[in-house]
Design a protein around this ligand. Structure first.
Ligand code: C2E
Ligand code: CA
Ligand code: CA
Length: 536
């Protein structure tokens, strides 16, 4: 028989495992960098928005203060300059932020708190303004005669006699406040724009501003007019914020990455070790087979056995078959495990004294049924047990049928040609469509224990069970009742033509030696207490 270990394929290659580990390590780090990238951008914009709020409200307050300063003069704006001059000087000197107050008549400045009476066309005094705007207004000018090197903001208020009273605010106040809130080592440029005038800004730029670095662009409307504030960001500042965020969050990302690597590694190892444990169990001969007797209703004695695999782990104890069979199926170890089972059966049957035609049932998994190795494996068992010529029966469940492949069908047909019989196990539990039953060749239907359990003392009719029995009989199959534990169940099944009965009531599964002894003494005995004979 083939060597079990030769068949063990790893679900992931060493390279794939390394790749999965690398991905697990890198994923949190990458996610961290991406989140920090967007967080840095958001933080820089939020900082700029806070600075913008401060600047806008402060500039608005300064403009309002200047406007209020003009109000004191407005009612007397048409007085001769000599009479008005002292009041202008005092007002300009006491109003915060205001450098001077001027009176404009038509487009000519007629009086100034700084220089007294004069007659200067507005355009000469403030070249940026040719004509006095109507109503309330404000304008940013690049230069004034008193302080030619500094920009100034002029806030004009209509006054008595068609004149205008205007307060001149030094641009330096505005610049200082802009740069206090938004320093130029944090931002590339901060600009205040009033109407179409050139902007008030503090940085001499050698390269043009990039619109993509615009962080804030906000507009505020006041009684004297509107102004706009723009703040442009520095790439270095964003980089700094990014590095700071990465440094702050990277330790967490590294910890997460380490945790993930550990979890993936453990998962890989536990899966690998499940395979490894099963494989080691085969090598260390930790598996053995137990045989559960099958009672033949018409013969009145034991007609066969079902071989059930057992795994007793040293120091751990017995592992439930449902558990290790499922693990072996998941890990693709089921084929080598079944090959091992067949070898164990062959060894046990070498000394087993059973008559020809004695039923020997073996459970097959879906993967093995669809495998090209199946027929050779079963033929090898047939060869090995040939001396006693037991009738080999392969048991397949409904879910095996549903997952059927052409190969599975070919295998079953080939096995039947060589005298092997087929039983459908756990019948009724797998939602198997009847078309599968018609397509697949089979000889026995094993009624699942769940249906047998519906028979209670005094039960005269178990609807689903009766339907299953009728179906099997109409398909010419012989029925096996599984998990029979009570006399009521036994009697009910026998009375309805079930050919074989298996269950704790008759006998539990036992080791090869125990079975050999049981068979010698009780195997040919009729079922104790059986009163109902077969309806067949
Ligand atoms: P199964 O093929 O339906 O096997 C019958 C199960 O019912 C066995 O459980 C048997 O011990 C249990 N049983 C028999 N009579 C009674 C009874 O009167 N009452 C109760 N409560 N249980 C009864 P076991 O040995 O634990 O096996 C469980 C399942 O594991 C099997 O169900 C089969 O699906 C799987 N299995 C066992 N051995 C093998 C094997 O060698 N190969 C494969 N592929 N599957 C196996
Ligand atoms: Ca079975
Ligand atoms: Ca079963």
């Amino acid at each position: 028989m083939p060597d079990a270990s030769s068949d063990l394929r790893s679900p992931l290659t060493r390279r794939e495992r390394l790749l999965v580990l690398t991905l697990a390590a890198l994923a949190p780090l990458l996610v961290c960098v991406v989140i920090c990238y967007y967080a840095a951008e958001r933080n820089v914009r939020r900082e700029a928005a806070i600075a913008a709020n401060i600047i806008v409200s402060e500039v608005s307050a300064i403009v309002e203060v200047a406007r209020s300063a003009t109000f004191t003069v407005v009612p007397r704006a048409d007085y001769p300059c000599e009479k008005l001059f002292p009041e202008l000087t005092v007002t300009a000197a006491t109003a915060p932020y205001v450098r001077s107050i001027i009176i404009i008549a038509g487009d000519v400045v007629t009086c100034s708190s700084a220089r007294g009476k004069e007659s200067i066309p507005l355009a000469t005094l403030v070249p940026d303004i040719r004509r006095t705007p109507g109503g309330e207004w404000m304008a940013l000018v690049g230069t004034t005669p008193v302080v030619p090197e500094r920009q100034a903001l002029i806030v004009g208020e209509p006054a008595a006699g068609g004149r205008t009273v205007a307060a001149v605010i030094d641009g330096r106040y505005l610049l200082d406040l802009m740069h206090a809130a938004a320093p130029l080592d944090m931002y590339r440029q901060v600009e205040l724009r009033f109407a179409a005038s050139p902007p008030l800004n503090g940085a001499e730029l050698t390269t043009p501003l990039d619109e993509r670095s615009l962080l804030v662009n906000t507009r505020k409307v006041l009684a004297s007019g509107a102004f706009e504030l723009r703040i442009y960001g520095l790439r270095e500042r964003w980089r700094e914020a990014l590095v700071e965020l990465i440094l702050r969050n990277m330790p967490w990302a590294i910890a997460l990455s380490a945790l993930l690597v550990w979890l993936v590694w453990r998962l890989q190892n536990s899966r690998a070790s499940r395979r490894e444990q099963l494989l080691r169990g085969i090598r260390a001969n930790e598996f053995h087979v137990e045989y559960q007797p099958l009672y033949g209703v018409s013969s009145g004695h034991c007609d066969g056995v079902e071989a059930l695999l057992r795994w007793v782990r040293p120091g751990i104890g017995e592992v439930r078959p449902g558990e290790f069979i499922a693990a072996a199926e998941d890990e693709h170890v089921i084929v080598p495990l079944t090959q091992h089972l067949l070898k164990l059966i062959a060894r046990d049957f070498a000394t087993m004294n059973v008559p020809p035609g004695f039923h020997l049932s073996i459970n097959l998994s879906p993967e093995h049924l669809s495998s090209e190795k199946l027929t050779d494996d079963v033929y090898a068992l047939q060869e090995a047990v040939g001396k006693n010529r037991p009738q080999i029966i392969v048991e397949i469940t409904e879910r095996t049928l549903i997952k059927n492949t052409e190969q599975a069908q070919c295998n079953l047909e080939a096995l039947r040609d060589r005298g092997v019989k087929v039983a459908i196990d756990d019948f009724g539990t797998g939602y198997c469509s009847l078309t599968y039953l018609e397509r697949f060749p089979f000889d026995f239907l094993k009624i699942d224990r769940g249906f047998v359990l519906t028979i209670e003392p005094g039960t005269t009719r178990a609807v689903v069970l009766d339907a299953i029995i009728d179906l099997a009989l109409s398909l010419d199959a012989q029925l096996v009742g599984e998990g029979v534990e009570t006399m009521a169940q036994f009697d009910y099944l026998c009375a309805r033509g079930v050919a074989f009965v298996q269950g704790h009531l008759y006998a539990r599964a036992m080791t090869a030696d125990a079975f050999a002894q049981w068979y010698r003494t009780l195997g040919s005995q009729p079922f104790p207490g059986a009163t109902v004979t077969s309806a067949q």
